[in-house]
Design a protein around this ligand. Structure first.
Ligand code: FAD
Length: 116
């Protein structure tokens, strides 16, 4: 546990970054324009250059080379990101997330309305 006013460690930076990326994917257009696709690719390709955890950044760069981001639609991007996050989860010994629940987790909230 670290106090909220401390600079982020690898864990809290990771949580914040995944929150940003999954939420951005959740609101990405269903049918993005060429410009929107280009912006999303720029955002993702900047991460291996700029992400302030060098081994995480190198690792992500290698993953993106092996399995390039799919920015053709909201669903494709959300699925790519979920798979990528699951690869990182596996490497860290964390449980696999069910990618069928990505909209519930990052956009719609649970059906019981507990997040409304
Ligand atoms: P997180 O993994 O941060 O996940 C946050 C929430 O996202 C979870 O509570 C869950 O509700 C949801 N979630 C989990 N999996 C998925 C999924 N597949 N799809 C959608 N939602 C999901 N840490 C390292 O120690 N070494 C690394 O090499 C490393 N690389 C990273 C690379 C990137 C690009 C990022 C963003 C982070 C990286 N991290 C790395 C940090 C690590 O992934 C976690 O963020 C950190 O360990 C905190 O984990 P957490 O258990 O709180 O949940």
């Amino acid at each position: 546990w670290r106090a909220a006013h401390c600079p982020p460690d690898v864990e809290s930076l990771g949580r914040a970054t995944w929150t940003f990326l999954h939420t951005t994917a959740a609101y990405y257009p269903e049918a993005p324009s060429p410009t929107q696709r280009a912006h999303m690719l720029q955002l993702l390709h900047a991460l291996p250059q700029l992400y302030p955890c060098s081994h995480c950044a190198d690792d992500l760069g290698a993953r993106m080379q092996r399995r390039p981001p799919d920015v053709r639609s909201r669903a494709a991007l959300a699925a790519w990101l979920c798979t990528t996050h699951n690869e990182v989860n596996a490497e860290l010994g964390k449980p696999t997330f069910d990618c069928g629940r990505v909209d519930e987790r990052w956009r719609d909230g649970p059906r019981d309305g507990s997040c409304d």
